[in-house]
Design a protein. Sequence first.
Length: 255
Amino acid sequence: MKTSAQKQFAKNPDRYRDEPLFSAGKDLEFMVNSVSLQGDEVLLDVGSGAGHTAIAFSPFVKHCTGVDITEEMVQTAALFAKEKNAFRVSFLQGDAEKLDFPDASFDIVTCRFAAHHFPDIRRAVAEIARVLKSGGSFILVDHYAPEDKALDQFINQLNQMRDPSHVREYSLAEWNEWFEENGLDYIEKQKWNIPIDFENWIRRGAVPEEKRPDIIAHLTGSSPACRDEFEIVQNDKGEPVSFKLKGILIVGRKR
């Protein structure tokens, strides 16, 4: 599964860098404002992708280190930081489930739209808690699955059909459990719907043409409950135009 993620994100790292969902999402502002920053914090961004989160935090902290399992994304993030004149950041290739840092190394750990790719999420949360200082904060943004099993199955199957590196969108009950297991207070700071343009989503995922009919059939053949929950929109030909994922910002303070 980790190899699958590397292959998926090595295809088109620049597209992820430039995609407005990642480069200009309001959630970046939500994240920066979710904790009180003094300017002397050392931050780790796990699953850093093209570097948007580390770059967004860099003016407000002492230093940001981004780690990502895909070498091409690390290279893209480093170049992007230079373009943005973000000098208090560095990027390394690394595994969320085996962070190569000593215990209690960071004041803040962030993870944005990456956790649904981690094969062993329990291990990843344990590693994040391990490298976080006592009193430090884990700031998580991701899309999540509803508690209803049918809705959960529908949205996870959709994402897996499009992206083989997608492991699972987790429910909020699952996130609460894993935070508690690792001594992190669980605070839901913000919820919102994430609008997804179907054609853009397909292109960004570099979806093979032969997979497209099955993905369309999954969306157009969905139940009324799924269409309502994810706000699936179809054109007058019955083809999918857009839908919405469910976004969450959670902050966990280490006890």
